[in-house]
Design a protein around this ligand. Sequence first.
Ligand code: DGY
Length: 322
Amino acid sequence: MNKSPRIFLTRRLPPQTMRRLDESATLLSVDLDRPLRPEELAEGIRDADGLICLLTDKIDGELLDANPDLKVVSNYAVGFNNIDLQAATERHVAVTNTPDVLTDCTADMAWALLMTSARRVLEGDRLVRSGQWSGWGPLQLLGTEVTGSTLGLVGFGRIAQAVAQRAKAFQMRILYWNRTRLSPQREAELGVEYRELDELLPECDFVSIHVALCDQTRHLISAPQFAAMKSSATLINTARGAVVDEEALVAALQRSDIAAAALDVYEHEPEVQAPLLEMDNVVLAPHLGSATINTRTKMGNLALENCLAACRGERPPNLVNT
Ligand code: DGY
């Protein structure tokens, strides 16, 4: 009889995934609803065949050395910048992620941020709650017209393409920059135009970030990029905080190099630069990109599937080591 794999889970996941985990594996977990400290993580993986972890768990070589028999690190996220991929590969540990299942949900969030910022919804909410609203006014909280404006997508993977699809309904002109350019036929199908990053930024009313965080994209958007943007532009970030140089963002907003920002992710989560907290033209969400029960359940099931496959010695569906 096959022994059921021992899986260490760093934090409780949606109920359906927890049931599946219980049925298919021996669950090792500390069941604390907070990010684990490095020593708790090391203790947790010591007897495990597989690890299911979160973007808040830092997985490096030192941690992996706590268990040379660990087969897989299954990340409950599409981004995997929390994992030292090289260290895992050197130790023959498979690393997996959860692409596709969160694409629409994250694209919806980028749109929620864009609309909230453009139409000043949070400022309106604060005004109503303050009891200071004196009624409709012709010049009150005038926002930015979304329909017919120009959207710039920095990175053009699955999520950016889903954002573009939604933008078409708003008759937007859609520009994109990506490491690799699509074929002219695919660009025509999607209704998008390619630009180099420095050409894209000055043309856009909204710039939405969709690149993975890696050495090449850290601080991709910094002081020179803000200086190149329209002073009426809005920056939207649902990717990873450190793609944007947050200090440069604060300075750009203070200097009115750009008009607004709508952020779901931060350079040093959960810390947020203090000046951003004071700015009315900034929308701040707490990393909610994939936060619906449906999406989080699909992510959990996929993370489990990846983990079980690697524990069985099979190639997991979403292996990211090359
Ligand atoms: C991811 O999967 O990388 C997201 O940031 C989680 O919401």
